[in-house]
Design a protein around this ligand. Structure first.
Ligand code: 13P
Length: 257
């Protein structure tokens, strides 16, 4: 059974509420029916989730809503945090966790990522678990990067049962490719994603390895998406810069048709 491609737009810390409403509406207007065979997910900042959710439901859009992070507790004295229940209520079907920007700038650990993943699946939200190597690691060569990123994934899914991992997606995002205009070559991206799938096979068996979608992220644009789309172990993209305007985002998604 082929995997349905997944294209998620990570808006990061961009767009005020008014701008988010406009962008969501522009993307919804530009969406064409052919894209119904993909999962297209918009991940605005927390404060814009409700607004984007309203635009999508008013338009009866098949696009889905995702968050950029979550905290693993259900409620309580955790100033500034957002729970899985809150995300579920606003209509999130997906949530990015373990993005390298959160790992590097906010001290997110693999252990925290695995706790977030477990909390999300209990609320029916699909985690998009991000992994990827730094430039330093990449310079140490392929073998080092392959081993490190697979180990990072293994630690990030610690404690997830088979039924849980089946609900997750994984995003391979080499840190040196994020926002730099330098993508991984298709060969490197395929090799890294195939290796992640191989690790899932060892950890969870063939049903999970075949089902879990693995995305590439890092300077993917409409101009280069067609190099990644046909690769056997790449099932979509996690898109930063190119998700901040409707036309490039939709054109990029179409490469995965
Ligand atoms: P860019 O597409 O801007 O490189 O960002 C990728 C990313 O970090 C998506 O999560």
């Amino acid at each position: 059974m082929p995997r349905k491609p997944l294209i998620a737009g990570n808006w990061k810390m961009n767009k005020t509420t008014v701008q988010a409403a406009i962008l969501a509406q522009d993307i919804s207007n530009a969406f064409d029916e052919r894209l119904d065979v993909l999962d297209v997910v918009l991940c605005p900042p927390f404060i814009d989730l409700k607004t984007v959710s309203t635009v999508l439901s008013y338009d009866k859009s098949p696009m889905q809503l995702g968050a950029q992070d979550v905290f693993w507790e259900e409620s309580g004295a955790y100033t500034g945090e957002i729970s899985p229940a809150m995300l579920a209520e606003v209509g999130c079907g997906f949530c990015i966790i373990g993005h390298s920007e959160r790992r590097e700038q906010f001290g997110e650990t693999d252990e925290g990522v695995s706790r977030k993943a477990r909390a999300l699946v209990t609320r029916g939200i699909a985690p998009i678990i991000c992994v990827g190597e730094s430039e330093d690691v990449r310079e140490q060569g392929d073998a080092v990067a392959l081993a490190q990123v697979a180990a990072q994934l293994e630690r990030s899914v610690e404690g997830l049962a088979l039924g849980d991992i089946m609900k997750c997606a994984v995003a391979y995002e080499p840190i040196w490719a994020i926002g730099t205009g330098r993508t991984a070559t298709p060969e490197v991206a395929q090799e890294m994603c195939a290796n992640l799938r191989a690790r899932l096979l060892v950890l969870y068996g063939s049903a999970a390895a075949e089902k879990v979608r693995i995305l590439y992220g890092g300077s993917m644009k409409p101009e280069n998406a067609s190099f990644f789309a046909p690769l056997p172990d790449i099932d979509g993209g996690l898109i930063g810069g190119a998700s901040l305007e409707a036309r490039p985002f939709i054109d990029l998604a179409k490469a995965f048709l």
